[in-house]
Design a binder for this molecule. Structure first.
Ligand code: COA
Length: 611
């Protein structure tokens, strides 16, 4: 992964001499990669049966898409190559960033490990041995084509005011089934019986939003005790609470976005509607049960003892009620059945062969030293671009105008993308350039990649002319906001440093609905930077000045609330990703967003209604 060009660019060493940073970077990367694979995807290779199933299904499906290989060859290799050498003058900043990256990545690995264990070892044992069910990650391995799925927000739910809810009690992400990218939502019953917490509702709604925006089939693996009752007021009554999940199922079905479900555990109360509203549902014998009120409630109401199986088991729902469409005698059979269901969607999958592309000329490992510890440690963003773009090639737009924003075109794993990257404060000229470029991308149908590192605070004007400059900048930023909001192309935002204040909206922050938004672990998300904060804000007519301890308290609170992990726990993003994995994540997102181009959608005014 490491290349000599990058090595030699670190300071003035002669070519071939090893960098003192090399062992640290390589070890960190190796350790993390191993852990990540183990934690998220398990160690076993994909099953051969599944691969056979995949091959069979793909053989059956027509593939009308033309490879864009030729197009790529013709254009991409003529874009100018970026100079990504890190000058020795930047070395101390690079090292400071690297130290910070090591610390935050260590924390990230710890949190990821906690999340990956769900409700903990005892709960997993009870789930697998007593309840004879597969752990949710094992289920996904059986369902998905391979292990390269994009998991969304694995750190959601950690350290919330109501405690830790690992992975928010439900895994969500995007993976391929029979060559088709699908969104999955899978309850983890080892976390409080799979009950839905407020953060779990938010996570499911976000996954559905992604399905809607990118027209991806939704697959629900339901194994849930329904609402987490002690927090019912925070997840039942409001518009964006539990019921919205069912509403979305109907709306998506009417939009020809397929909804399929597996009942692979308990489906109680509200949870029972998820498979029942799905277009096709599978239920697993002696594992799946589905009812509005469970046996204890029946006993309380009628005095009758009834088993879960008799009340709402697989046979009952497949033979009598019709709440399920397929009966599966084992978990394996159920996931195979869902794979077959996906193969009937009549989708035209993307071409399988990889588009020929060059790797960047500089090592992605060096992104750890370019990920700014704070705004003052920001290095020129083209150093980052030279480690993300294919062949480090970049066709820059308006290179000499509004230089605090870098705009231009490049390729990521062969996909053309328009880049809008922060390179300082978003000045008037930079915002005008941004508006122009975003419109170009919209006109040409090119997806936009925002690399966000916004300034913590705009300086206060000290003169009339400065105040006028501020107003002009405000107007230019407002124009760019409008251009970003209305650009009719997929948008992917990566917060590589600061996500501060209103500039973060202009750079396609969460409220501007990018298709995906990820953070680097060093990212800071806040209205203002606690480190730049020196007075407690007061009303102008107030005569009490904030004291030192009040300021200290406020700064500590801001500091804690600004971390990438705090943000990700609350689902203000789609997850924290490692800088060195950024290219892969961007490439996946581009492929996912492109899938809808191959769908033929004819109008369908109503959802599929279960009869
Ligand atoms: N609200 C809050 N906590 C719940 C819950 C709910 N709806 N359902 C289960 N839990 C908790 C249990 O109290 C238990 O907590 P503990 O680990 O601290 O003891 C934990 O979740 C696991 O439940 P348990 O019953 O031990 O696990 P299980 O695998 O044997 O059964 C269920 C899981 C979901 C089938 C079972 O707990 C159940 O039927 N729950 C009631 C479901 C219900 O009536 N929901 C209505 C919601 S509107």
């Amino acid at each position: 992964m490491w290349n000599t060009v990058a090595l030699c660019s670190l300071g003035k060493r002669p070519p071939g001499a090893a960098s003192p940073l090399l062992p640290r970077l390589q070890t960190l990367n190796r350790v993390f990669e191993r852990k990540y694979q183990d934690l998220c995807h398990g160690k076993e290779p994909a099953r051969s049966l599944q691969n056979q199933g995949l091959k069979r299904t793909r053989d059956m499906l027509p593939c009308r898409l033309v490879s864009n290989k030729a197009k790529y060859k013709r254009y991409a290799k003529t874009y100018p190559v970026l100079d990504g050498r890190i000058l020795s003058v930047y070395r101390h900043v690079f090292e400071e960033n690297l130290r910070n990256s090591e610390a935050v990545i260590k924390r990230y690995s710890e949190l990821l490990e906690t999340a990956s264990k769900g409700g903990g070892e005892n709960a997993i044992l009870r789930h697998t041995q007593r309840n004879k069910k597969l752990f949710v990650r094992e289920r996904l391995k059986l369902l998905l084509d391979d292990e390269s799925f994009l998991e969304l927000s694995p750190l959601a739910g950690l350290d919330l005011p109501y405690g830790d809810v690992p992975a928010a009690g439900c895994l969500t992400g995007i993976g391929k089934i029979c060559g088709v990218w699908c969104v999955f939502m899978a309850n983890d019953a080892t976390v409080k019986g799979g009950t839905i917490y407020p953060i779990g509702v938010k996570k499911q709604l976000r996954a559905q939003e992604i399905a809607l925006q990118n027209r991806l089939c939704s697959v629900y693996l339901v194994d849930s005790g329904g609402a987490f009752l002690p927090l019912q007021s925070e997840l039942f009554p409001d518009k964006l609470h539990g019921g919205r999940v069912f509403y979305n199922e109907a709306i998506m079905s009417a939009m020809r976005i397929p909804q399929v479900a597996v009942v692979c555990g308990s489906c109680v109360a509200g949870g029972a509607y998820v498979p029942t509203m799905a277009e096709e549902a599978v239920i697993i014998d002696k594992i799946g049960t589905l009812f509005l009120a469970g046996p204890p409630l029946v006993k309380a109401a009628t005095g009758e003892d009834v088993s879960p199986e008799d009340l709402g088991g697989a046979k009952l729902h497949s033979q009598v009620s019709g709440c399920s469409d397929h009966f599966a005698s084992s978990e394996e059979e159920a996931y195979e059945c869902i794979r077959n269901v996906i193969s009937t969607l009549n989708y035209h999958p993307l071409p399988e062969e990889a588009v020929e592309h060059d790797s960047p000329l500089y090592s992605p490992d060096e992104l750890l030293g370019l990920a700014p510890r704070d705004y003052r440690c920001t290095l020129p963003v083209k150093l980052i671009l030279s480690r993300l773009m294919d062949g480090s090639r970049f066709q820059e737009f308006k290179a000499n105008y509004g230089t605090t924003l870098v705009t231009g075109f490049g390729h990521v794993e062969g996909c053309l993308v328009g880049v809008v990257a922060s390179n300082g404060e978003l000045s008037h000229d930079a915002a005008l350039k941004g508006s122009h470029f975003v419109q170009l991308c919209g006109q040409r149908g090119v997806p936009i990649l925002f690399l966000q590192n916004t300034a913590p605070q705009a300086p206060q004007p000290t003169s009339l002319s400065q105040a006028e400059a501020h107003s002009n900048r405000l107007k230019a930023q407002a124009s760019m906001m409008a251009a970003v909001a209305c650009a009719p192309v997929p948008k992917i935002t990566i917060v590589i440093g600061g996500c501060y204040g209103t500039e973060s909206y202009v750079m396609c922050g969460r409220s501007f609905s990018p298709n995906f938004l990820f953070l680097w672990p060093n990212a800071r998300v806040a209205l203002v930077d606690s480190r730049h904060f020196s007075v407690v804000p007061r009303a102008e007519d107030s005569d009490s000045a904030g004291d030192e301890s009040e300021l200290k308290q406020l700064k500590e609170k801001l500091e804690e609330e600004s971390s990438a992990f705090y943000s990700s726990a609350r689902l203000w993003d789609d997850g924290v990703i490692l800088p060195q994995n950024t290219r892969k994540v961007i490439a996946q997102c581009l492929e996912i967003t492109a899938q809808q181009k191959s769908q033929v959608v004819s109008p369908c005014p109503h959802p599929v209604i279960r009869m």
